[in-house]
Write a protein that binds this ligand. Structure first.
Ligand SMILES: [Zn+2]
Length: 48
């Protein structure tokens, strides 16, 4: 068996499902980034 020449597996950013404090919807946020809620545009921060 041959391995593919280039593997694009790098360290993946951690993700976390965060609940929007405003509308309660769950969104997946990537570590180090801020995502806006899909429903109400509230900024959701990745928090430990
Ligand atoms: Zn929301």
């Amino acid at each position: 068996m041959q391995q593919p020449a280039q593997q694009t597996i790098q360290k993946e950013p951690r993700r976390k499902v965060v609940k929007c404090p405003n509308c309660g919807a769950s969104s997946e946020v990537i570590e180090g980034k801020t995502k806006e809620c899909d429903y109400c545009d509230t900024p959701l921060a990745y928090k430990d």
